[in-house]
Design a protein around this ligand. Sequence first.
Ligand code: SAM
Ligand code: SF4
Length: 326
Amino acid sequence: MLIDSHNRKHTYLRISLTERCNLRCTYCMPEEGIQLRDRAEFMTQEETLELAKKFVALGVTKIRLTGGEPLIKKNFRELLQQLSKLPVEISITTNGILLDLYFDDLEKAGVKSLNISLDSLIEEKVNRISRRNYFERIQTNIHEALRRNFEVKLNCVLMKGENDDELIDFIELTREKKISIRFIEFMPFDGNQWNWSKTVSYKTILDRVTNNYGESFIEKAIEGANSTSRNFRIKNFTGDFGIISSVTNPFCDTCNRIRLTADGKLKNCLFSGDETDLLKALRNGDDVTSLIQKSIAGKHKERAGLKEFDDAGFTFENRSMIRIGG
Ligand code: SAM
Ligand code: SF4
């Protein structure tokens, strides 16, 4: 069991399959791109599976595949199939562009829920934020995912002056559709030009929803024990919405997450600059299990020990989000 010194049991592993992506979202990918590295620096399919098995042996019960964009990984289909044989729940976070190629495989692998990133309902805005033109394909795939009865969560990073005017439009999607919207506070990572003025806070989001619908129409919605989002529903609406407030109100006390980057580094917190090189250990024949245990045992109580985000930007060392996986 992976229990840290704050008595948190770690059962949820997020594996980034690649640092590459078919989008260039402004909040995630640095403007100058990221340096491409030799393939040998990344986990092979076999190494990914081998490391996943070690985590499962240590009590992990849920694996989320992320990236970069996980669906551009060449051997995604085979890896998914192999991972699905492990006794874990598998889910995926994707920008949705390539979902049409993989719906059948995801169903076969027993994947029930899809997190799809969508930051605007307006084509021109999606294209501007993602610096690419895939709006229609993403829309079609979201509809198909719903038609196939996947549980769909739409991840929306709210940024002031960019897409925060669409807050209510997103919630209106939940009136008729069985869909969950997850508003994510814009977070600081390497190269994404974050500052406080762009972050739309948990409180602002909830205030605006309250102003629009009235307090008595906002109900609490179901949350998993380790959920990082606070979830709500507008009375009589079919779907729900949640807020992930890692900046203004982090929910570290119930954190059960571990991250494995595409180059095989274990991050015990999204904001942690410290990493443990599991891939190197695996290749050297070292004891990977004890390295995992040591990293989790040493996990900070809150946000990798950071006190507050600095108003001028962020002053801690970390990767860009595209190289972590969210
Ligand atoms: N490419 C996939 C996608 O976009 O869903 C998976 C990887 S992406 C890094 C995972 C999640 O991180 C996405 O939902 C994205 O919106 C979110 N994300 C990226 N950068 C972020 C930031 N600076 N602040 C908050 N969320 C961010
Ligand atoms: Fe790619 Fe996802 Fe990052 Fe956008 S958020 S650049 S889709 S990895």
